[in-house]
Each structure stands twice: as C-alpha cells, then as structure tokens.
Design a binder for this molecule. Sequence first.
Ligand SMILES: [Zn+2]
Length: 152
Amino acid sequence: MFSWFGKVSFVPYTKVSDFAVHLKDGRLMGSVCQKCGYKTFPPRADCPECLSGEFSFREISGRGTVYTWTRIDAAPTGFEDAVPYTIAVVDLEEGGRLLCWFGDTISREEIAIDMPVQVVPRVFEEEEEIRVYYSVERPGTSWGKAPAPHLG
Ligand SMILES: [Zn+2]
C-alpha cells in the first residue's frame, strides 16, 4: 500500500542531505540556527523556534545516557536473523534522542537506565544508498572518522 514510502524523494536535494555525507565520514552532525542559536539533532534546515532557514552543521560527541531499553525476541520482518537483540533510546548530552542497538562493548548484564554511553554511527557499506544505524557503546569508545569534514 505504502510501498513507495521512504523510497521516492520528491525533491532531488534537501538542505540537510549533507548529513548523510558526514555520517559516511563517521561524524554525527546536528544543526545550529544562525539566527537564534537553537540546536537540534538530527539536523533541521528550518528552525523550530524562529523559523529561520539559515543553519550550519555542528558535530556532536554522541555521549549520552540510556533513557530506556528492551530486548527483542520476536523480531519484525527483515530482522528475524538478528534475534535476540537489545535496543535503547539514548538521551544525547547535547540534546536530542536516538534509537540505537547495543554494541559489543556493553554486556547485557550491565545495561541500566541512566547509564552513560557513547553512540557510534554505523554505516552499511555494502548498500549503495546510505543506510545507517547507531550502536550504544561504553563511554570512551572511539571509531573511524575521515580526517576532516569536507562539507560545511
Ligand atoms: Zn532559530
């Protein structure tokens, strides 16, 4: 019924599409409004506070705390091979909330609400179009990033 949803883009380019390029470089980018300073993650081209369309990207650390989590044993279609897996909603230190999968650096027995974590972007390299998920790792976990952002 809605098979086109998420597949068809009605505009060839959006103001925040460089977000995907930054993700490929290993960078988590939010936005900051150039008029009023309002910060968002993920980035938003139009400010929800003052409606200005002037924004710039800012890199965020990905540090945060576990807001809530659950273990999935009955997976939705397409994820049957991954069960059981554990997901979390993480409150980012610099604002915003992300749905993430727990990575290998945290054992299931350690997981607790409010525990400090590091969110790491993971890109499926085998896909032509960018697909990303976020994994929850122990604070201080590092990951590969390109040497310098090549977009503003
Ligand atoms: Zn604003």
